[in-house]
Design a protein around this ligand. Sequence first.
Ligand SMILES: [Zn+2]
Length: 321
Amino acid sequence: MAVSYKEIGLVNSRELFVRAIKGGYAIPAYNFNNMEQLQAIIMACVETNSPVILQVSAGARKYANETLLRYMAEGAVQYAKELGGSIPIVLHLDHGDSYELCVSCIESGFSSVMIDGSHWPYDENVAVAKKVVDYAHKYDVTVEGELGILAGVEDEVKADEHVYTRPEEVEDFVTKTGVDSLAIAIGTSHGAYKFKPGTDPKIRLDILDEIEKRIPGFPIVLHGSSSVPQDLVKIINENGGKLDNAIGIPEDQLRQAAKSAVCKINIDSDGRLAMTAAVRKVFNDKPQEFDPRKYLGPAREALKELYKHKIINVLGSSGKA
Ligand SMILES: [Zn+2]
């Protein structure tokens, strides 16, 4: 074992999920690829006293370097303390696509991993998830599996159409694999274009209900849960951007899901929109600026405010650290 997450002050997600289900809220799972995003996440969570799951995707590992990201997460633990917070921080691999990748992350200090075998045949998904669980649990690292396929594009992960999770499979899957949480597909999707214009943006809460009946109290995860705030889309488009027909999941539907067994909600695209809106506005308003801090600073501030709003009004995790 190279390094244990416990030595660097991280926690796994087990206890957080138990409390979230009992308390009727969800833990924010926010992705980071750079310093400003990580600062915004930690500031937002300390200021609202919320637990947090820091997520690293395959795309982030490629973009920022996996070693650097892992040390940034270690730095974030200390940074949160400096800000006066004692919030639980999980370091989670988002969309792990192989057993080897999960092992490598666990060895480098991750406290939680996702093995996403949802695009493989069911039996293969079960087999690889079980293999990851058997390894991870030796080190008290928690594992998220996935059943069903989310539409949309997120870094390396893409699919053209939804394949909703089949409730009749969930009990068999969690029993055979031993995963600690399950990501499901009920109509959330990756990216900023989640629904066609003119259609009613709705997630399938009926499927969620059915799943909860089959595995009562089991931690459920929603990916692709951005709401694509139209005020941000407007700022982007008014300042030289071109985002047509970007539509997300209404926040009240996510709030409703968070009150049930949904205990982890992944929000990424909304953060990208908030940063892009802030950067575009600076570029447009002050074309003479060329110091990156003068546009990344406002982007960081916008991201922090967005994440605080999500914690307080959508996830319900404020004050739960
Ligand atoms: Zn995802």
